[in-house]
Write a protein that binds this ligand. Structure first.
Ligand SMILES: *[C@@H]1O[C@H](CO)[C@@H](O)[C@H](O)[C@H]1NC(C)=O
Ligand SMILES: *[C@@H]1O[C@H](CO)[C@@H](O)[C@H](O)[C@H]1NC(C)=O
Ligand SMILES: *[C@@H]1O[C@H](CO)[C@@H](O)[C@H](O)[C@H]1NC(C)=O
Ligand SMILES: *[C@@H]1O[C@H](CO)[C@@H](O)[C@H](O)[C@H]1NC(C)=O
Ligand SMILES: *[C@@H]1O[C@H](CO)[C@@H](O)[C@H](O)[C@H]1NC(C)=O
Ligand SMILES: *[C@@H]1O[C@H](CO)[C@@H](O)[C@H](O)[C@H]1NC(C)=O
Ligand SMILES: *[C@@H]1O[C@H](CO)[C@@H](O)[C@H](O)[C@H]1NC(C)=O
Ligand SMILES: *[C@@H]1O[C@H](CO)[C@@H](O)[C@H](O)[C@H]1NC(C)=O
Ligand SMILES: *[C@@H]1O[C@H](CO)[C@@H](O)[C@H](O)[C@H]1NC(C)=O
Ligand SMILES: *[C@@H]1O[C@H](CO)[C@@H](O)[C@H](O)[C@H]1NC(C)=O
Ligand SMILES: *[C@@H]1O[C@H](CO)[C@@H](O)[C@H](O)[C@H]1NC(C)=O
Ligand SMILES: *[C@@H]1O[C@H](CO)[C@@H](O)[C@H](O)[C@H]1NC(C)=O
Length: 456
């Protein structure tokens, strides 16, 4: 797994020399740049994938040879036409600049799945409108967990960077969700069907729901992203996962700072060959596999996941694997499931610093089902095996003290080869006890207690 930076550089090195504006271009927007709009073109950043790499080399990114500046009305009216125009002009080999100091407003759902060999240099500030009626009708619908996105960015060889901000203007959504849990809150950043690319050096703020959905994608690097947003009213910003990966492989999420209110990163169905490393997560629900097995008869596969060097503070969980039981169950009005098939295999959590976290480690196959008798009666059809958790240290919260973790499968026949070692996590009162159930050999690895409370 440990790989030299040789791998990493390949992604971005190709173009550093070309990442300056091509002044000789006769392109309209380039001319505008020359006439003195306050634009500087960012050099495409180089973020080595390190220290771990999912294995498969990322494809190289070709040079960009023209530049298009995005115009902004600057007064809160929709800039989507300007954005689309610049992107279309610069697709296939260009560099689109959202200028530093400019504010852009997006009030139209943008389908950007046609992108090819393009860099989006977001130096400015992009805010989505809070027209909740418009977005619920027009956002992109992705079926899985009723996920919707403001835009969908996909295609081939796309790099997004620039140090700017995408602001989801979430307050109106947090308040509306408190009144009606069935509203469709858009996800801020939809990476949908992207094959080859990087999304780096960006600030994501106030997403109405998850910050990132990465679906149907491969060979994508996320690096140096900051995530922050909360509610100023009494209605919390709920379900604000940092990243959710779905039907995607060879994805890296690294070197980022996340302050949110749900999973920091979550591996949803068919997430394979993924590395998550060097993250600081605050206020989250941990780094989660799942939830899986939600849809009756569907096959969910999560495999080859490496989570390394995460700082986890003020969270409900550190490492978490959540699987729905074999029986249909409801977590809440807008989240129910159970009866799905599949497998979770080859998952590593290596090195996590825990601070004020409710459970350092949580494995459940009874997600959404509080009645454990019922859960055990209908064991999950989704197996968990080859899970390695090591080098955790720190202190949990008071919430489940004296417990520090919860390790419960629905039957010993569906959980195997779960290895926990080098875990030095204590509760505030100094104990290191775990609720254990139906995991073969677990009592040799941690201090189990028969206490059985706090199933999530
Ligand atoms: C915003 O600016 C554009 C031109 O830049 C103008 O056409 C439009 O009327 C302005 N809208 C408002 C609400 O000020
Ligand atoms: C992904 O691809 C599948 C198959 O082409 C398609 O049905 C689905 O809508 C796409 N998007 C998502 C988010 O899964
Ligand atoms: C999607 O939303 C509908 C109602 O709007 C709800 O009944 C259903 O449970 C939701 N599906 C999921 C998977 O959350
Ligand atoms: C991370 O991105 C910020 C801009 O958002 C930039 O100032 C900083 O230099 C980047 N850090 C690294 C290590 O590239
Ligand atoms: C909608 O967004 C605008 C622009 O940021 C803001 O002024 C307004 O207060 C927001 N409305 C609500 C209901 O959040
Ligand atoms: C772990 O991640 C932090 C950032 O959260 C970084 O500063 C540190 O260098 C990383 N340590 C190792 C050993 O990679
Ligand atoms: C971390 O989360 C806690 C509790 O959710 C919050 O009080 C604190 O301000 C956050 N810290 C940072 C650095 O975001
Ligand atoms: C996940 O992969 C399995 C095995 O290839 C396939 O049967 C299943 O339909 C896929 N599920 C989704 C949601 O794409
Ligand atoms: C397990 O996953 C790691 C990445 O986390 C990968 O390097 C390794 O090859 C995988 N093992 C198997 C047997 O696929
Ligand atoms: C839990 O499930 C068992 C088995 O189906 C049932 O007998 C019992 O009444 C249930 N308990 C509660 C509190 O619903
Ligand atoms: C799934 O599990 C349930 C309960 O454990 C069982 O009754 C059912 O036959 C299983 N379904 C499949 C397709 O394996
Ligand atoms: C169980 O707890 C005792 C006392 O704290 C400790 O010495 C021992 O290492 C623990 N066992 C495991 C497997 O963590």
């Amino acid at each position: 797994m440990r790989v030299s930076s040789y791998f990493a550089i390949a992604l971005l090195e190709a173009t550093a020399a070309f990442a300056v504006p091509s002044w000789s271009s006769s392109h309209d927007s380039a001319l505008q740049l020359r006439r003195g709009l306050p634009n500087k073109v960012s050099k495409r950043p180089n973020h080595p994938i390190a220290p771990h790499h999912p294995g498969k080399r990322f494809p190289p990114s070709s040079p960009r040879t023209k530049t298009c500046a995005v115009k902004s009305h600057g007064n809160g009216t929709d800039d989507s036409d300007n954005i689309l125009q610049a992107i279309k002009e610069c697709n296939n080999g260009g560099h689109v600049v959202f200028s530093r100091g400019e504010k852009y407003t997006i009030g139209t759902a943008l389908d950007l799945t046609f992108l090819k060999h393009i860099d989006l240099d977001v130096q400015g500030y992009i805010q989505f409108t809070n027209d909740t009626t418009y977005w619920q009708v027009n956002s992109f619908k992705h079926t899985f967990q009723n996920a919707t996105t403001f835009f969908q960015l996909g295609g081939e060889d796309v790099n997004v960077y620039g140090g700017g901000t995408l602001d989801g203007n979430g307050q109106a959504w947090y308040d509306l969700y408190a009144k009606d849990i069935y509203i469709l809150r858009p996800i801020l950043f939809g990476t949908i069907g992207l094959h080859g690319g990087s999304i780096t050096d960006l600030n994501l703020r106030y997403s109405p729901q998850w910050y990132n959905l990465v679906a149907n994608s491969s060979d994508v690097l996320f690096s140096n992203i900051t995530i922050f947003g909360g509610s100023v009213s009494k209605n919390p910003a709920k379900n604000t996962d940092g990243w959710d990966t779905y039907r995607s492989s060879n994805i890296v999420i690294q070197n980022s700072d996340i302050d949110n209110g749900d999973d920091c990163v979550s591996f949803k169905p068919n997430s394979t060959d993924i590395v998550v490393q060097n993250l600081k997560c605050n206020g989250s629900h941990g780094i989660s596999v799942g939830s899986l097995g939600q849809y009756q008869g569907e096959v969910d596969i999560v495999k080859n996941i490496y989570v390394y060097n995460v700082t986890m503070s003020n969270a409900s969980d550190g490492a978490r694997i959540k699987v729905w039981p074999g029986v249909s169950s409801a977590l809440s009005g807008d989240l129910q499931g159970g009866g799905g098939l599949g497998s979770v295999t080859n998952i590593t959590y290596d090195t996590m610093a825990i601070s004020n976290v409710d459970y350092a480690i949580e494995i459940t196959q009874c997600y959404g089902q509080k009645n454990l008798t019922l859960c055990n009666q209908f064991p999950s059809n989704l197996t968990i095996s080859d899970v390695n958790i090591s080098n955790f240290h720190g202190t949990t919260s008071k919430k489940y003290d004296p417990l520090v973790g919860y390790l419960v499968c629905s039957s010993p026949s569906v959980c195997s080869d779960i290895n926990i070692s080098g875990v030095d996590v204590k509760s505030p009162s100094g104990t290191n006890l775990y609720t254990c159930g139906s995991i073969p050999g677990i009592e040799k690895q941690v201090n189990c207690t028969s206490t059985n409370k706090g199933a999530n």
